[in-house]
Write a protein that binds this ligand. Structure first.
Ligand code: TRP
Ligand code: ZN
Length: 504
């Protein structure tokens, strides 16, 4: 509480001379994606009415309370907007992924061992898997039967797994991964092959394009990765490397471990030819940065900015939640970035510091604190966008207040008809979720003052570190810490389809 430097109050000076970070990844997504949507309106239709089990199905078992009679795990975890994402009936603790990728044939071979705990009696349960060919499934070492139905891998262990029991599933599979296309109005995401490897960015539900998973952010788990690629290439995953890569018979195996809980959409196995720089930040945090060969000129600046910004955010948002920080620039021209845990990835551009600031802010907002359902996405993107404004304020480019007022002044902005507190499944990453989400935080900051706002943010990251969160939990904490009733503020900013009244 003593050492943090708060962003200065908005100075009564001129509006920013530069446009607040317009050319940034998340937003160019909505632009790019709207263009896609115009050409293919049906791509935006919500998925067909599938089962909508209650989120309770995925909640930790409440032993003794009359569990549902069914012993069939639900094909969705209960997110009303993404009814077949994730699965019911169990909770994953750990993924152990053994993967081998050959860029020439684009073939992925994998063996995934999933340690899970049943939250109901189970005679059958699903994993999410998109494409790929499954050759064998075992449950606790015994062969299990399985079938495929769309993106569900349905597994029947042969006996019953009792509510509360821990079990281990191993899935052997291979094939040429197919990325997700146009789902959630997003273009391509998931496992995307590149000439020398793969660019792997999975938000919101593309983890299933490369490993069988409970592919929904409400079920976080720890990860071990053992990735084999042709010698000369680098395989990059989350967390830290365990030991030196080993080369044998022209292939190199990289072992990575993410020991903190992680949502499946933040997992990566980005591979290719990379220049690497490692070291330690001024505050003592390990840093791992990798850039594709043709971005070698950006290696040092990515390294320096990543270390500096991670350290700064730890003074504003609270202790950094993971064991290393970093970043990757790949030469796949996605034009956007993703906040992969411990190592955000930048797709085909050298990121400006505000974008690095955005992705690193996600390490707290999105990665450590993870949403329970996608409609609360403003808790990720509104916070990360507000972090861009805070970074600009900290570095003297423009103030958060001037950014707020600039957006507010445009009464015709379509974001006024899109309430960001309910992110829409057909336009999850719409500009309103980012910009009006950030404005919500600024309106809150003005209402409760810096002396409540910044302690609130740190209390938020502290109370829910490594957990799952909802908007209601944030509102309750804001009311508790400020001692104010904030219902009308949050209603106006998050839930009303119109421009709120001006803030003082
Ligand atoms: N969360 C990303 C950001 O704002 C945007 C994003 C959403 C994304 N889905 C993606 C990026 C898929 C890459 C791939 O930084
Ligand atoms: Zn973002």
């Amino acid at each position: 509480m003593s050492s943090h430097r708060l962003p200065s109050r908005p100075a009564p000076t001129a509006a920013p001379t530069t446009t607040p970070a317009r050319v940034r990844a998340g937003r160019s997504i909505s632009v790019l994606i709207c263009a896609v949507a115009v050409g293919a309106a049906t791509a935006c239709a919500p998925s067909e009415g599938a089962v909508t089990p209650s989120l309770a199905a995925a909640a930790p078992a409440s032993p003794g309370t009359g569990a549902s009679a069914s012993t069939v795990g639900a094909p969705g975890i209960g997110d009303p907007d993404f009814p077949t994402d994730g699965n019911g009936g169990y909770d994953v603790q750990h993924y152990d992924l053994r993967l081998s990728y050959d860029p020439a044939s684009r073939k992925l071979a994998g063996s995934a061992t999933i340690e899970a705990k049943a939250v109901q009696d189970l005679t059958s349960f699903d994993l999410d898997l998109h494409g790929l060919t499954v050759s064998r499934v075992t449950v606790d070492g015994g062969a299990a039967s399985f079938s495929r139905s769309k993106d569900e891998l349905v597994i029947e262990p042969g006996g019953q797994i009792s509510n509360g029991a821990r079990f281990e599933v191993t899935v052997d599979y291979s094939g040429v991964p197919e990325p997700m296309r146009d789902s959630a109005n997003l273009g391509e995401y998931g496992f995307i092959s590149t000439p020398d490897g793969a660019f792997v960015t999975c938000e919101p539900n593309g983890a299933k394009t490369w490993f069988p998973s409970n592919d929904h952010p409400s079920d976080k788990a720890t990860y071990d990765f053992r990735i084999t690629v042709p010698a000369g290439l680098t395989a990059i995953a989350n967390g830290e490397m365990a030991g030196t890569p080993q080369t044998n018979a022209g292939k190199t195996t990289f072992v990575w471990r993410e020991k903190h809980p992680m949502a499946s959409y933040l997992a990566t196995m980005t591979t290719g030819k990379f220049q690497i720089r490692t070291g330690t930040s001024a505050r003592g945090l390990p840093v791992y940065v990798a850039v594709a060969d043709n971005y070698r000129g950006s290696l040092d600046q990515l390294y320096t900015q990543t270390a500096k910004i991670t350290d700064y955010w730890s003074t504003v948002f609270g202790p950094y939640p993971f064991s290393s920080t970093g970043g990757v620039i790949d030469d796949y021209a996605a034009g956007y970035a993703l906040e992969n845990q411990t190592k955000p990835i930048y797709g085909g551009f050298s990121p400006a510091p505000t974008i690095i600031a955005h992705e690193l802010a996600h390490q707290w907002f999105g990665d450590s604190l993870t949403i329970k359902r996608w409609r609360d996405l403003w808790l990720n993107e509104g916070f990360a966008t507000y972090a861009e404004w805070l970074w600009a304020e900290h570095t003297g480019q423009y103030t958060a207040d001037s950014a707020f007022r600039r957006y507010y002044a445009n009464a015709a902005d379509p974001m006024w008809s899109y309430p960001p507190g309910t992110a829409r499944p057909d336009d999850l990453f719409g500009a309103a979720v980012y910009n009006r989400g950030a404005m919500t935080l600024h309106a809150l900051r003005r209402e409760i003052g810096d002396d409540k706002f910044f302690p609130l943010i740190r209390a938020w990251t502290d109370a829910h570190r490594y957990g799952n969160v909802t908007t209601q939990e944030f509102i309750s904490m804001a009311e508790l810490i400020s001692g104010k009733n904030l219902k009308s503020l949050f209603d106006a900013w998050l839930y009303e389809p119109r421009r709120p009244a001006p803030i003082p």
